[in-house]
Design a protein around this ligand. Structure first.
Ligand SMILES: *[C@@H]1O[C@H](CO)[C@@H](O)[C@H](O)[C@H]1NC(C)=O
Ligand SMILES: CC(=O)N[C@H]1CO[C@H](CO)[C@@H](O)[C@@H]1O
Length: 408
């Protein structure tokens, strides 16, 4: 038996390898075909979501009683300190965003000065008034073009606030400190790091540590266009601490808003391209890499998620008709019109009992055609005072205050 083997295999060998090669070529061809079909199917599906092309007219939902807080523009991220009822946000100039705002590829360094003079705002929910805070220690000549913010509570009255700033010299994280009741906000430090190139949003973890999303791999140029137009999953989330910085989660299709529950055991990351939320958790207390628990598809261009500590639900705000919105981007003097909605993502009680039921339920809690809420990017709830605050990135109605919808 054993000595028969070589004689049998010897002549068989060339034949076998030709047919194997043919099979491999065939398999390879099929794989490429399958890949192309899969890619284009997903691609077209995502494209439809990203453009909002197939959606009919956007009817307002739950906007009764909403009012615009006058005097604030382009406030894209809001974080509420619930015990005090103070909302922390940064606001800019909606029109200037069309000239300098690297996240949307506006990079004209000779924009007028107002393009670089965003304001740090503390809004008192109870009284409905706000204060524009000076950032003591940040020289006036330094650019202020704010984006995502978050805070870490050093104590019940002392906050460390992280604010992403798209300076002309590169994007950085400004570290600010504020003590409740104080007149001033103090600038403590500017963090710049090679892994932080296109920062979008931030989750505070400690007095100097955070997760930060990069919304693209490429800041500009031809590769940026490829990344954007082909909706490539090339962006990531970085973990940063002064001792250590690394890619904590990778291969995201435009990582955008990021938020977490109170103890930071769950992290919610919205991926713009194709509309989805990644539910993530740190590997362990010692390893801050993030692993995916769930990937929830939505039917709109998701922006910034925000966590509701009372219910454990996540509110996701985003753009229903991004194409209409983007059209406004290139025309100076014409306000952006960005139909927007807020969707609640909650655990599905049926998921435990009936197999096949999706783990999360999605429900629209607010929607608007853009006349009231335009380019909505975040919704934050203050249940104690019954208020929902909606921030808008590119609108001169920067902050909209609404009663909390019944289904939120
Ligand atoms: C950049 O902005 C300045 C000031 O608004 C304007 O004069 C100039 O034409 C802009 N450049 C480009 C390339 O758009
Ligand atoms: C933190 C933050 O505001 N992220 C996103 C929110 O929405 C705007 C508008 O689309 C995006 O540009 C931001 O990247």
């Amino acid at each position: 038996m054993s000595n028969k083997e070589p004689t049998r295999s010897a002549p068989a060998k060339p034949a076998a390898s030709t047919s194997t090669r043919k099979r491999n070529i065939l398999r390879g061809g099929l794989a490429v075909m399958a890949l192309t079909v899969a890619l284009s199917y997903d691609f077209v599906k995502n494209m439809v979501i990203d453009t909002g092309l197939l959606l009919g007219p956007v009817v307002p939902i739950n906007t009764e009683g909403c009012e615009v807080v006058r005097g604030l523009e382009a406030c894209e991220d809001i974080h509420i300190h619930r015990p005090s009822g103070l909302a922390f946000m940064t606001c800019g100039n909606a029109e200037m965003r069309k000239i300098w705002y690297p996240p949307i590829e506006r990079r004209n360094v000779s924009a007028p000065d107002q393009a670089f003079q965003d304001r740090f705002v503390i809004y008192d929910i109870a009284s409905g008034t706000y204060d524009v805070k000076d950032l003591v220690g940040l020289p006036a000549e330094f650019d202020r073009v704010f984006h995502g913010i978050d805070f870490y509570e050093r104590s019940s009255t002392e906050l460390t606030i992280f604010a992403i700033n798209h300076r002309r010299t590169g994007s950085v994280v400004e570290v600010l400190e504020y003590k409740l009741g104080d007149k001033f906000v103090y600038h403590k430090e500017t963090i710049k790091h090679d892994l932080i190139q296109t920062p979008n949003d931030i989750v505070a973890l400690g007095p100097r540590s955070f997760y930060i999303s990069n919304d693209h791999r490429y800041l500009s140029g031809a590769m940026r266009q490829i990344e954007k137009n082909l909706r490539r999953p090339w962006s990531n989330v970085i973990y940063y601490s002064p001792e250590n910085a690394f890619v904590a989660f990778d291969h995201v299709a435009s990582a955008n808003g990021i938020t977490a529950n109170q103890d930071r055991s769950l992290v919610f990351l919205s991926a713009c391209y194709g509309g989805a939320v990644h539910v993530l958790k740190p590997v362990s207390a010692l390893d801050a890499h993030l692993v995916e628990l769930d990937h929830v598809k939505l039917d709109f261009y998701t922006d910034n998620p925000s966590f509701d500590p009372t219910t454990g639900n996540v509110l996701i705000t985003g753009h229903v008709k991004p194409l209409i919105m983007v059209a406004g981007l290139h025309t100076l003097g014409v306000p952006f019109n960005g139909p927007s909605k807020v969707v609640k993502m909650s655990l599905n009680p049926l998921a435990k009992t009936s197999s096949g039921a999706p783990k999360y339920q999605l429900e629209t809690v607010v929607q608007d055609d853009g006349h009231l809420i335009s380019t909505g990017t975040v919704a934050a709830l203050d249940r104690e005072r019954g208020v929902m605050l909606i921030g808008t990135a590119f609108s001169d109605r920067g902050l909209v205050r609404c009663p909390i919808p019944k289904n939120a």
